[in-house]
Design a protein around this ligand. Structure first.
Ligand code: ZN
Length: 238
């Protein structure tokens, strides 16, 4: 009937790939500042260190009490056993992190981000969410080819075609270095968010719980080295 159509204000929703690390926590805060409703998805791919899966829940609980926390909606955890079954990576098997064949670190898990994005887009399809947010970064990408802007946007194009529905992938950290990622966290959530990221996020490849001013970790693996150097650069810049 004319005139009876009610116009609902459009609610924007995003699905954030949330691992419990520094980058994805910053991306989650970024999404909470921009979208009306934010769901999160993590992947259990048989990673050697389970601490990050536990950190996810502590981070979500803390973020709920911070500004925009009321926008946090359902959290999903999806198993992706295939990556562990294929193996051969320092993140899924007990092996040393070093430069391996092809000049890539042994921490490279082939196809990981492609599988994560595909699973997230399929979940988004069911949840009617077109906007995905991920922490991929080309600046500090350790040579991982699936963190490149071109790879991510080509994946968005393939998913849009393959699902016959728009899939957008936002990567707010793509061109930031680690110091700028810390600064972005401060811009989004002040000292409280920076402190939360320092205290609760897990990025160490060795799963070492030793505490430092930049967070916990072994201090020497490539992930700790990047995080610590970025934190020092950020601290000296403020
Ligand atoms: Zn480490």
């Amino acid at each position: 009937m004319p005139g009876s159509v009610k116009h609902r204000a459009m609610t924007t929703s995003a699905l954030v790939l949330f691992s419990g690390g520094q980058d994805s926590t910053t991306c989650l805060a970024w999404a909470l500042a921009r979208f009306d409703r934010v769901e999160t998805v993590g992947f259990d791919y048989g990673q050697r260190h389970r601490a990050e899966l536990e950190a996810r829940l502590r981070l979500l609980a803390a973020l709920k009490t911070m500004p925009h926390g009321e926008k946090l909606a359902t959290d999903h955890l999806l198993p992706l056993d295939t990556l562990k079954a294929i193996g051969g990576s320092a993140l899924t098997d007990s092996m040393k992190i070093e430069i391996g064949q092809e000049g890539l670190p042994t921490s490279f898990v082939p196809g990981r981000n492609l599988m994560f994005l595909t699973a997230a887009a399929a979940l988004g399809y069911r949840r009617e969410i077109a906007d995905l947010v991920g922490g991929m970064c080309e600046t500090d990408f350790s040579g991982y080819p699936d963190c490149r802007h071109e790879t991510v946007q080509a994946t968005a194009r393939a998913l849009t075609l393959g699902l016959a529905r728009l899939v957008r992938i936002y990567t707010p950290l793509m061109w930031l270095d680690k110091a700028a990622t810390w600064a972005l966290a401060e811009e989004l959530g002040g000292k409280a968010l920076v402190d939360l990221i320092v205290r609760e996020t897990v990025t160490c490849y060795e799963g070492d719980p030793t505490r430092h001013d930049w967070g916990s970790g072994c201090g020497t693996c490539p992930s700790c080295a990047l995080r610590a150097a970025g934190y020092q650069k950020y601290r000296t810049a403020i």
